[in-house]
Ligand binder design. Structure first.
Ligand code: PFF
Length: 451
C-alpha cells in the first residue's frame, strides 16, 4: 500500500486547504447572494453561521480525515458500515458542482481575454454580459477552455506548481480587491450600498435567507462534500487542528467580505438607486465590475490583472474539485489516473453544457424562476449539502460520539478551546436546525407553503 504523503507543516496545510476553499464561491457567489438576500442581514447570518456551524463542521471533517487516514467514503465506512452512504452522498456534490463551476470559470477566462485585448469600454456596456451568456457556442467554447486547462493540470500531475503560483497570487488578489473596493466607495451613491451591505434588518430574516447563507457557507468552505475529510487525511498529528481551522475560516470569510465590499456598493453607484439591480444573480460580478474598471484611470490594466487573479483562485478550486472526483472513480472502479481523468473530463463537459445553454437556447427550462445553472447550484448547495451535513452530525453526535473527534483535535497539545460549543452544535443545534431549514425550504419548493 502506498504511504499517504503529508503536509509537512501547518502553514502548508492551511494554504492548501485555503486554495480549495477560496475560489469563485468567495468572489462570484457570495456577493450576488448577499445582494439578493438583504445585504447586512445575509452578512450577519453568514458570520454567525461561520463561527458556529462552519467552525464545528470543518473541525469535525478534518479530524475525521486525520483520525481514519481515509477520504470520505472510506472514512465513514471504516467507523460504521451503515454510514458509508453519507460518503457516497458527499461524493455526489463535487460531481454536480464541478461542471457548472467550470462554466463560470469560462466566463472569467472570457472577461480576461476581453480586458487584455483592450475591451474595457465594451465590457461595461449594459447588455454586454447578457448578450454573451445568451449565445450558444461562445460560452460553451470558454467553458471548454477552462475545463481543458484544469484537466491538463490534473492529467499531468502539475498541481503543485499551480499551488505555488497561486500562493503568490492570493495575497495580491486581496490587495487588489481592497484597492477596487476603496475606489468603488468613492463613487456617487456607493455609501447607500455600503450601508445596505453592512447594516442588518431583522425584518428581512427568513428561512430562505438562512438556507442560502448556510448553503454558501458549505460551498465556500468546501464543506459537506468530503473535501475537508480528504485534506484532513493528509494532515500530521503535530499540526494544531483547531488553530488551522480558525485560520482557513478567517481567510475564506475575509475574502468573501472584501468581494462583497467591492461589488455591492458599486451596484448602487451604477444603478442610480434602482434596487432591482441587486437581483442580478450569477451575473452580478460580471455586470458590475467592468463598469467600475471602465470608470477608473488604469481600468483596462487593473481589470486584466483582476481577472487573472480570479482565474487562479478559480483554477485551484477547480483542480481540487476534479481531483476529488477522479479519486472517487479510481477508488470505486480501480481505474488508472489517466483513464479516470479523461472520463471525468468528458462527463463534466457533457454535464456542463446544459448549464451553459440555460441562459440562451435552453432558457425555456426553468424551475421556480431558476435557470439550469441555478438549479444545479440549488440542488447541490441547498439540498444535498444540508443532508450530508445533517448525517455527518448524527454520525459524530450519536454513533462515534463527539469525544472521539475531540480527542483527535487534542492530539497535538491536549487543548481544544471550543470543545463545549463543538459538542452542543454537532449533537443538537446543527441537526435540529438543519431539519427545520431543509424541511421548510423543500416544502416551499414543492409549493406546500411559502416562506
Ligand atoms: N470552496 C470553493 C469556492 O468557494 O469557490 C468551491 C469548491 C472548491 C468547493 C473545491 C468544493 C471543492 F472541492
Amino acid at each position: 500500500m502506498q504511504k499517504r504523503s503529508n503536509f509537512t507543516n501547518k502553514l502548508g496545510f492551511v494554504l492548501a486547504a485555503s486554495g480549495s476553499a477560496v475560489g469563485l464561491g468567495n468572489i462570484w457567489r457570495f456577493p450576488y447572494l448577499a445582494a439578493q438576500y438583504g445585504g447586512g442581514t445575509f452578512l450577519l447570518i453568514y458570520l454567525i453561521l461561520a463561527v458556529t456551524f462552519g467552525f464545528t463542521l470543518m473541525t469535525a471533517e478534518i479530524a475525521l480525515g486525520r483520525k481514519t487516514g481515509l477520504s470520505a467514503i472510506g472514512a465513514f465506512k471504516s467507523l460504521d458500515r451503515r454510514f458509508g452512504f453519507v460518503g457516497v452522498l458527499a461524493a455526489a456534490v463535487p460531481i454536480i458542482i464541478f461542471p457548472y463551476y467550470s462554466v463560470i470559470g469560462g466566463w472569467v477566462v472570457k472577461y480576461f481575454s476581453v480586458f487584455v485585448s483592450g475591451g474595457v469600454k465594451s465590457a461595461a456596456g449594459d447588455t454586454y454580459f447578457t448578450d454573451f451568456i445568451s449565445g450558444t457556442f461562445e460560452p460553451i467554447g470558454w467553458f471548454f477552455v477552462f475545463m481543458a486547462i484544469t484537466a491538463i493540470i490534473v492529467l499531468c500531475g502539475v498541481e503543485k506548481g499551480i499551488e505555488k503560483v497561486s500562493k503568490i497570487m492570493m495575497p495580491i488578489l486581496v490587495i487588489l480587491t481592497v484597492i477596487i473596493a476603496v475606489y468603488g466607495l468613492t463613487l456617487d451613491g456607493a455609501m447607500e450600498g455600503l450601508i445596505y451591505y453592512i447594516k442588518p434588518h431583522m425584518s428581512d430574516v427568513s428561512a430562505k435567507t438562512i438556507l442560502a447563507a448556510m448553503g454558501q457557507l458549505f460551498y465556500s468552505m468546501s464543506l459537506a462534500m468530503g473535501i475537508m475529510i480528504t485534506y484532513g487525511s493528509y494532515m500530521k498529528k503535530d499540526n494544531n487542528l483547531e488553530s488551522s481551522v480558525r485560520q482557513i475560516e478567517l481567510f475564506d470569510t475575509g475574502i468573501a467580505f472584501l468581494a462583497g465590499l467591492m461589488i455591492i456598493p458599486a451596484v448602487f453607484a451604477f444603478s442610480g438607486g434602482d434596487r432591482s439591480a441587486l437581483n442580478a444573480g450569477p451575473g452580478l460580478m460580471f455586470m458590475t465590475l467592468p463598469k467600475v474598471f471602465a470608470s477608473m484611470k488604469l481600468g483596462g490594466v487593473i481589470g486584466t490583472i483582476f481577472f487573472v487573479l480570479v482565474f487562479f483562485a478559480a483554477l485551484t478550486s477547480a483542480i481540487s474539485l476534479m481531483e476529488t472526483i477522479v479519486s472517487i472513480f479510481r477508488d470505486k472502479f480501480g481505474w488508472s489516473r489517466k483513464g479516470a481523468s479523461i472520463f471525468v473530463t468528458v462527463l463534466s463537459l457533457a454535464l456542463g453544457i446544459p448549464s451553459s445553454l440555460g441562459f440562451g437556447p435552453l432558457s425555456f427550462i426553468s424551475w421556480m424562476g431558476m435557470s439550469v445553472l441555478d438549479i444545479m447550484d440549488f440542488v447541490s448547495n441547498s439540498v444535498l449539502m444540508p443532508i450530508v451535513a445533517f448525517f455527518t452530525c448524527i454520525f459524530i453526535g450519536f454513533i462515534i460520539s463527539p469525544k472521539t473527534l475531540a480527542d483527535e483535535v487534542k492530539a497535538t497539545d491536549g487543548i481544544f478551546k471550543a470543545e463545549g460549543m463543538y459538542n452542543i452544535v454537532i449533537k443538537w443545534i446543527a441537526p435540529i436546525f438543519l431539519v427545520i431549514i431543509l424541511g421548510s425550504s423543500v416544502a416551499s419548493a414543492l409549493g406546500i407553503f411559502t416562506i
